[in-house]
Design a protein around this ligand. Structure first.
Ligand SMILES: Cc1cc2nc3c(=O)[nH]c(=O)nc-3n(C[C@H](O)[C@H](O)[C@H](O)COP(=O)(O)OP(=O)(O)OC[C@H]3O[C@@H](n4cnc5c(N)ncnc54)[C@H](O)[C@@H]3O)c2cc1C
Length: 507
């Protein structure tokens, strides 16, 4: 059995690892010169930085990504570091207290800042607890079978009935229901700015999942009444370690991974896959292709609209995508940790999340004035910089295409401006930089070969459905951030595992 996989991001490598272990002849084609997609760790002048995910959910032993890595036998190949992060707003900051103050210290802290919101906060956290229990059960249901699975599904249903009334609510409706003050609402909606999805579009039931308390205090016990909370980890020395562990598993099992190998066409006859054609003209025959990567490129260029139904195309055309990111990676010669207490902090400079996203979708880049994040990976992995030095990433969301000018023309100017904003938090960044690497939306576009860059694939918008794993072409399966699994490292890995499991069942 031969499986051709397009793309060596989290989706492609996970699917490849499952299939290679089961004696499939796996060939992964990656168009870029390095593997990993957005989970790659890049290096320059002795410094390393991640170009994508930072603080990851899913890597505690009870969580999905960890379970996948255990199933594949490579969980021990990466070292995970449990951490939390800070959150900063124009009028207040949210850092874990010096002394542990219990799992609900944020609720109590916000009560002290917004006393008139006390009742709303109590009610929100009841809703939060329910959603955490649901998330835990949902997590477990994936990895059990038979009666146990039915039992979990029943429990899930009972818990869901309690929150069912919010099923079709947006995130704005949820925060309007619990809170009055726009500043407090922004605390829970801010993370949507990171995904460039408007609070009025995002599903309300998702609000607690994007504001898990353990993300703000790693000392909160994992176990709670209804199960276990999500936990946040860094991967020691960057996400590239995870990429390496998966890629090694593929090659150790006889699979091949080719870089600089762009797939130009998926060869189809009578609505069935017959092979692929690379950019250099080479044709490889196969009846099984697992494609990751951008949905427009995959379906319009590699497949061709003539093989797709009108409904399929209409659905793709109607999908809202996330916007892009603008990143500045620096190698600095001083210790920034006295200015930022944790390796990661999100700095929100506006409370108007909906308005900021609207502006961005219209092509206006805020130049850092609406907010950004600062990530210092060397605070947990000193090996990511030469001894005594630090790697640091400043990044913010930006439109995939500028209304005025191009990213190429503006890259240096925008980088300087973003560094200047970050200097307000960590003085000396400009002077102390030994090296810098800028990544614009156009750089991302080339790096992962998409026609239109989106930071995490399709936006999680109410009522939107991504292209399914099973495509209208027999033998062609679609995986990755734009597929029905949705984005995120765990999402892409879970979707790829599900597809690989389907293949193995058929075999
Ligand atoms: C800045 C940033 C921060 C993020 N933060 C988080 C986070 O904190 N938590 C989280 O869970 N997720 C985060 N994500 C999202 C998450 O990383 C992605 O959703 C996920 O890793 C996508 O995996 P993928 O395999 O679908 O896609 P990709 O990683 O994009 O991989 C697709 C691969 O396919 C290759 N390819 C495309 N077309 C072709 C072709 N024709 N021929 C050959 N190869 C091709 C590309 O070059 C690429 O390597 C972040 C993403 C970014 C960019």
């Amino acid at each position: 059995m031969k499986a051709i996989i397009i793309g060596s991001g989290m989706a492609g490598l996970t699917a490849g690892a499952y299939l290679a272990r089961e004696n499939y002849e796996v060939i992964v084609y990656e168009q870029f010169s390095e593997i990993g997609g957005v989970t790659a760790t890049i290096t320059q002048d002795g410094y390393s930085w991640d170009i994508g995910p930072l603080l990851l959910e899913g890597l505690a032993p009870h969580e999905k990504l960890a379970k996948i890595l255990m199933e594949l036998g490579i969980y021990n190949k990466i070292e995970v570091i449990k951490e939390d992060r800070g959150q900063s707003f124009p009028d207040f900051q949210v850092w874990r207290p010096e002394k542990y103050e219990g799992p609900y210290w944020r609720r109590d802290y916000f009560k002290s800042l917004f006393p008139e919101e006390s009742e709303g906060l109590d009610n929100y956290y009841k809703f939060y607890d329910r959603m955490m229990a649901i998330a835990y059960l949902g997590n477990q249901s994936l990895f059990v079978k038979g009666l146990k699975a039915i039992g979990i599904k029943l429990k899930l249903l009972i818990k869901f009935l309690k929150v069912k009334k919010f099923k079709d609510w947006s995130a704005s409706q949820i925060t309007d229901y619990y809170f009055k003050d726009q500043k407090l609402k922004a605390v829970y909606l801010g993370i949507l700015a990171d995904m460039v999805v408007k609070p009025s579009e995002f599903f309300g039931l998702g609000v607690p999942f994007f504001n898990v308390e353990t993300a703000f205090d790693k000392r909160i016990p994992i176990k709670f009444q209804g199960g276990k909370f999500p936990v946040y980890h860094y991967i020691k020395n960057g996400c590239g370690e995870l990429v390496k562990a998966l890629a090694d598993l593929i090659t150790e099992n006889g699979g091949k991974i080719f870089t600089n190998s762009k797939v130009q066409k998926i060869i189809i006859k009578d609505a069935k896959v017959e092979g692929i054609q690379l950019e250099n003209g080479e044709i490889i025959e196969t009846d099984l292709v697992l494609a990751s990567g951008g949905m427009f490129n995959t379906f319009y260029n590699l497949v061709g609209k003539e093989y797709l139904s009108e409904d399929f195309i209409k659905n793709i055309e109607g999908i809202t995508l996330m916007e892009s990111v603008f990143m500045v990676h620096l190698g600095i010669d001083f210790d920034p940790s006295r200015f930022q207490r944790a390796a990661l902090c999100y700095y929100y400079l506006t409370y108007d999340i909906e308005g900021a996203i609207k502006k961005m979708r219209d092509g206006h880049y805020h130049e850092g004035s609406d907010g950004f994040l600062i990530y210092i990976p060397t605070m947990h992995s000193p090996e990511m910089a030469p001894p005594g030095k630090h790697a640091i990433t400043i990044y913010t969301v930006g439109p995939h295409k500028l209304k005025e000018g191009t990213w190429e023309e503006k890259r240096e100017e925008f980088a300087d401006k973003l560094i200047m904003e970050a200097e307000k938090i960590i003085p000396g960044l400009y002077e102390g930089s030994e090296t810098r690497k800028i990544m614009t939306p156009d750089d991302f576009k080339k790096r992962i070969n998409v026609l239109r860059h989106s930071f995490g694939g399709t936006a999680p918008v109410l009522g939107q459905s991504n292209p399914p794993h099973k495509t209208p072409i027999e033998g062609l399966w679609y995986i990755g951030a734009y597929s029905e699994s949705g984005g995120g490292v765990t999402g892409a890995a879970v979707g790829a595992r599900n597809v690989a499991k389907m293949m193995l069942k058929k075999k």
